[in-house]
Write a protein that binds this ligand. Structure first.
Ligand SMILES: *Cc1c(COP(=O)(O)O)cnc(C)c1O
Length: 368
């Protein structure tokens, strides 16, 4: 069986380090806002080249806290891509603002930067590009529109730990960057976790207070915050894993090159395009095909797990009927929802496994 993500295989490669780290947290009984969290924050900030990193409860919390720190709320609009995990839009809704969707570019699957300006309203208070699949969104045109209108950019880097845009690290480019440490992400915890990064001290202080019930010092509450802290066990695990991230990302890139070489010209397969400005870290390896569901079943029958990111676009989810969007409003996101198939992608994949997957896909098309 070839899993979609190989978390058990990964644990075996770092077991000794992880077990020591977990024992250390438990024996110190320093579970919340302790030394491990500070150490991880102090390691994550220079990894990205930013001044401040604030560990939070999840990627969704990171986005929500970033919006709260910018005082985005009821009556405000926030631009988000139509093609993302729904958490990006839900963070906007969670502060009472309205997500305004923008369709994706058909070749990169990232937000179509030529459509951002037309989606602005007098109420727009933030733009949240997503570095979807680990491929940087085209940030310069987004930053240009944003600065002309005086609107901050919050990067959703939940799939982009270590991805680059023109030498800059994803997450370190806008006013704030938001990361998820959901277990299957390129840098994943053993539970939920997230991080907000910024170079702005004032914003960093607000996020640090907001994640801890709005506290400034013990029992002094200066704003209405929430409980959205990254706990010490997760921080200790993430500190171990951060040291391996560069090697893991390089392995993913090599796997992507192998898939492309083995599958180029096969059937009707179309690959995601990676522009020269980006260093793609392949959180996901997506192929497009008009026979997606049949291919998925064929691979499933050969014990190859695949994923669909994502089967129902945000604007067609029942949760968002209130936005008033209809089928046809974001044709590229809708087309992708029907055509995209994510192949197994994780650092520990072996060349034999990649060949097995590619051979199965070639057989699928050979059988017609
Ligand atoms: C995973 C993800 C999130 C949410 O992260 P959680 O840690 O699961 O809350 C947000 N945005 C994108 C693009 C994601 O992939």
């Amino acid at each position: 069986m070839i899993p979609f993500v190989g978390l058990r295989a990964q644990y075996q490669t770092i077991k000794d380090e992880i077990d020591v780290a977990i024992r250390d947290v438990v024996s110190r009984a320093d579970f919340i806002l302790g030394a491990h969290l500070e150490e991880f924050e102090r390691a994550f900030a220079p990894f990205l080249g930013v001044e401040h990193a604030i560990g939070v409860g999840s990627g969704g919390d990171a986005l929500r806290l970033a919006l709260m720190a910018l005082e985005v709320g009821p009556g405000n609009d926030v631009i988000v891509p139509a093609n993302s995990y729904i958490a990006t839009a839900l963070a906007v809704s969670s502060v009472g603002a309205r997500p305004v969707l923008v369709d994706c570019d058909p070749s990169t699957y990232n937000i179509d930067v030529t459509r951002v300006e037309a989606a602005l309203t007098p109420r727009t208070r933030a733009i949240i590009p997503v570095h979807f699949t680990g491929l940087a969104a085209d940030m310069d045109p987004i930053l240009e529109v944003a600065s002309r209108h005086g609107i901050p950019v919050i990067e959703d880097a939940a799939q982009a730990h270590g991805a680059r845009y023109k030498q800059r690290m994803c997450g370190a480019i806008g006013a704030m960057g938001c990361f998820s440490f959901y277990p299957s992400k390129n840098l994943g915890a053993y539970g939920d976790g997230g991080m907000v990064v910024t170079n702005d001290r004032e914003l960093a202080e607000r996020v640090a207070s907001l994640r801890n019930y709005g506290q400034s010092e013990k029992y002094i509450h200066v704003r209405k915050g929430l409980n959205a802290r990254l706990d010490s066990l997760q921080a200790a695990v993430l500190l171990v894993k951060l040291k391996h991230l560069a090697v893991w990302n390089a392995a993913r890139e090599a796997h992507a090159r192998a898939y492309r070489q083995l599958l180029v010209g096969v059937g009707d397969l179309v690959f995601q395009q990676c522009p020269a400005y980006a260093r793609h870290i392949y959180h996901l390896f997506i192929v497009e095909t008009g026979r997606r569901d049949a291919l998925r079943k064929y691979l499933h029958d050969r014990e190859i797990q695949t994923g669909i990111h994502y089967p129902i676009p945000i604007h067609l989810q029942a949760a968002y009927t209130d936005l008033g969007y209809r089928e046809g409003d974001f044709p590229r996101a809708e087309q992708l929802a029907g055509r995209a198939l994510s192949l197994p992608m994780f650092p520990e994949l072996t060349p034999e496994q990649i060949h097995y997957v590619a051979a199965a896909i070639r057989e699928f098309y050979a059988e017609g």
